[in-house]
Design a protein around this ligand. Structure first.
Ligand code: SER
Length: 313
């Protein structure tokens, strides 16, 4: 069997930063090529500048590094996407097509493509949203992820390309900052808490959203990618969830550790996006097919986030 050699796009992003490190620990530093449009600092393995819109440049790197798998994390997220919908569509779709086409033409073993809870809209059942649900998203990001999931499935059915995907909920981690999403508040709030600063939340107190702690997200991603192909019954994208909470609930969880912490609420345009998304997710397909189990609940995540972000005594 040939070695697994991975190219990751968007390696400098919120998830990419942590996933690159996890992949290097798993497959060896030299076997994971980190790429991004932005400069990649502090790399302990190969890295390259890559505009994922440049298919020829992607193809050249795939050949040069004898890549066997691509993890395609480049994307414009929900809130940023609404500021320039055409640009978000172009970046999200063109980069995906480049990845799928290079993977097909070079006969790569596997592709990872994250989707999102943003694929759902108001017509979807809001609590415990099922795997197979009506998908009428209200953001350009969500539209691009619905289309992307279906292209992933198409490349699998039509060309046998082994594309795998999960619909990430909001991802929370201490290692990196999110950029341009509707769930970003749930990372920002911890940074305020450890700096003893009050936090102003851009969502209302009672807006529940599905969330997942970074270690669970990374482990789940690796488990999906290493599962036997025969176990993968969902070829669009798997629902995935760890917990579900409101801004008021995360604030209460923080206050158990940081008693003086205070929060107020100043909802902006992101409230409408959050209102169109599920409050909680049914991820039983992932549980049944590849044994998905989250480990962290809200309080366990809060303890871990605060421990990592707090300045040393
Ligand atoms: N965290 C993402 C966003 O808020 C959801 O996929 O856009």
């Amino acid at each position: 069997m040939k070695d697994t050699r991975i190219l990751i796009t968007g390696a400098g992003g919120q998830i990419g930063t942590v996933l690159t490190q996890a992949l290097r620990e798993r497959y060896g530093s030299d076997n994971v090529l980190a790429t991004d449009l932005r400069p990649l600092l502090d790399q302990d393995g190969p890295s390259a500048h890559l505009d994922a819109l440049d298919g020829a440049a992607l193809d050249a790197l795939v050949q040069q590094y004898k890549i066997t798998q691509i993890y395609h994390l480049t994307a414009i997220l929900s809130a940023t996407g609404e500021k320039d919908p055409q640009k978000a569509w172009n970046i999200n779709m063109t980069s995906l097509f480049n990845v799928l086409e290079v993977a097909r033409q070079r006969e790569l073993d596997r592709v990872y493509y994250p989707s999102s809870i943003a694929v759902f809209g108001k017509e979807a059942k809001r609590e415990n949203t099922p795997q197979y649900e009506v998908l009428i998203p209200e953001t350009v990001y969500g539209i691009s992820k619905v289309a992307g999931e279906n292209w992933a499935s198409y490349y699998f059915q039509r060309y046998g390309l082994d594309v795998r995907s999960v619909r990430y909920p909001g991802i929370i981690g201490y290692q990196s900052l999110p950029g341009g999403g509707t769930t970003d508040y749930a990372v920002d709030i911890y940074h305020h808490a450890v700096q003893q600063k009050p936090f102003s939340c851009f969502l209302k107190a009672d807006t529940a959203l599905p969330m997942l702690y970074m270690p669970d997200a990374i482990r789940g991603t690796l488990e999906l990618m290493e599962a036997p192909a025969a176990n993968i019954s969902v070829r669009t994208s798997y629902n995935l969830s760890g917990m579900s909470f409101t801004p008021a609930e995360i604030a209460t969880s923080i206050q158990k550790q940081v008693p003086g912490f205070s929060i107020d609420y100043a909802p902006d345009f992101r409230q409408a996006i959050a209102d169109s998304w599920p409050a909680s997710i049914d991820d039983s397909a992932a549980r049944n097919d590849w044994n998905w189990r989250p480990e962290y609940d809200l309080d366990a995540m809060t303890r871990d986030m605060l421990a990592h972000l707090s300045p040393p005594l």
